[in-house]
Design a protein around this ligand. Structure first.
Ligand code: PLP
Length: 397
């Protein structure tokens, strides 16, 4: 049994804050400062350049990748860390497209995160071979999988609504039509059980600063199914993905397996800050996490709908059809969210009218949900959001 009350104590949660934004940036595990002080003092300061060997920095992207892989149903040696999620989307999509040179359609959906769509547009432009990006509504994606499609590139859980695609079913249909899949797990990793091997996913990518709690700007991951690793074309052929980086040969030869998805020098400090969070994940049963996440979501929806008639549910009502967030629509959602944040209930806002609340069982419980709804009710029923102060947009929403 996962002890959720004990896990909550392993996060630093500021006084007076109910944190419902772990879907954007997870909170800091309390073990991080001490761990980082150790890395800085004992590794960087004392070991200097020797740290690449003596402190294991060089192998850290694969080692941490395997720890993440265990949360995602990925076999050893099929996940590697580095760069940002946008870069990993580029690598995965480019590799998948190269495996279907005769096909010209990239299929995604119109709820996908803009960066994923921008990267697809960028690759299509760079290839200059007439690739077309199709973005039907999420519910129409399945019907749009045809023999024309090269790659199905989807984010499993929609960043705005929390709507969840059926990864296994869509991957099966894709394969039946000769289509390769790239799954973005930004809102899945650490949010719900993922089994990449059972789903038959070809490529997957994700970030670690959201539900995995790795810290601001913590590095991303990429998964390549074992059967594709030796053929995967390398779009970003940096020296760290070379088969022998320290041979300093002028000609690129891709590394073995997943190692070729490394690009340049790994972000050692960022990867180190992620490790205490991964220690916590080792104590979490993902099925139990999922059950609790759905329960918290149901409680939140029930309370908000009973007490805040102005808010309209934007997420699927069926808990099994959404990720670990619940979103509501409200015309003045931006101002309402600012008013909530000012009162210690931190969620976020997404255009055009989405108020988004992450419900993360590692550090949110029923009591937090009820107290958060008390504040939401106060803000809504007394129109506390209706002041110019809350309507002025900040750079980051
Ligand atoms: C959060 C998120 C990103 C962000 O990409 P970065 O390169 O880490 O900034 C990309 N795609 C999806 C689906 C996301 O949810």
């Amino acid at each position: 049994m996962t002890d959720f009350a004990a896990l909550k104590r392993r996060f630093h949660l500021p006084e007076g804050v109910i944190y419902l934004d772990g879907n954007s940036l997870g909170p800091m595990p309390v073990a991080v400062p001490e761990h980082m002080a150790h890395v800085l003092r004992n590794e960087w300061a004392e070991e200097l350049i020797r740290g690449w060997n003596t402190a294991g920095w060089y192998t850290q992207p694969a080692r941490v990748g395997d720890r993440i892989g265990r949360l995602l149903g990925a076999s050893e040696g099929s996940v590697v860390m580095g760069d940002t999620l946008s870069v990993k989307v580029h690598q995965a999509l480019a590799a998948a497209l190269a495996m279907r040179p005769e096909r010209k359609v990239i299929l995604s959906d119109n709820g996908n995160f803009p960066s994923d769509l921008y990267i697809a547009q960028g690759i299509a432009g760079m290839l200059g071979r007439g690739h077309e990006l199709r973005t039907p509504a999420p519910e129409d994606v399945e019907a749009a999988i045809t023999d024309e499609v090269a790659v199905l590139m989807l984010t499993e859980v929609d960043y705005r609504t929390g709507r969840k695609h059926d990864m296994k079913r869509l991957t099966e249909k894709a394969h039946a039509h000769g289509v390769l899949t790239v799954w973005d797990l930004a809102h899945s990793a650490g949010a719900l059980p993922v089994d990449l091997a059972a789903a038959g996913a070809d490529f997957a990518v994700g970030c670690t600063y959201k539900f995995l709690n790795g810290g601001p700007g913590s590095p991303a991951f990429i998964y390549v199914a074992p059967q594709h690793q030796e053929q995967a074309a390398v779009a970003l052929s940096g020296w760290m993905g070379h088969t022998a980086p320290f041979a300093f040969s002028p000609d690129y030869v891709p590394g073995e397996g997943i190692a070729r998805m490394r690009v340049g020098t790994p972000p050692v400090l960022g990867l180190s800050a992620l490790e205490p969070a991964l220690d916590i994940w080792e104590e979490v049963d993902m099925q139990e996490l999922r059950t609790r996440s759905i329960e918290l979501g149901e409680l939140f929806i029930r309370e908000v709908e009973a007490r805040c008639p102005e808010l309209r549910l934007a997420s699927p009502r069926d808990g099994t059809a959404r990720g670990s967030q619940v979103s509501f629509r409200f015309e003045d959602g931006y101002a309402a969210m600012q008013a909530l944040i000012d009162r210690g209930v931190i969620g976020d806002f997404r255009m055009p009218d989405i108020m988004r609340f992450g419900l993360t069982p590692l550090y949110i419980d029923e009591d937090d949900v009820r107290r958060a709804v008390d504040v939401i009710e106060d803000v809504m029923s007394n129109r506390l959001w209706d002041t110019p102060q809350y309507k002025a947009r900040k750079a980051v929403t």
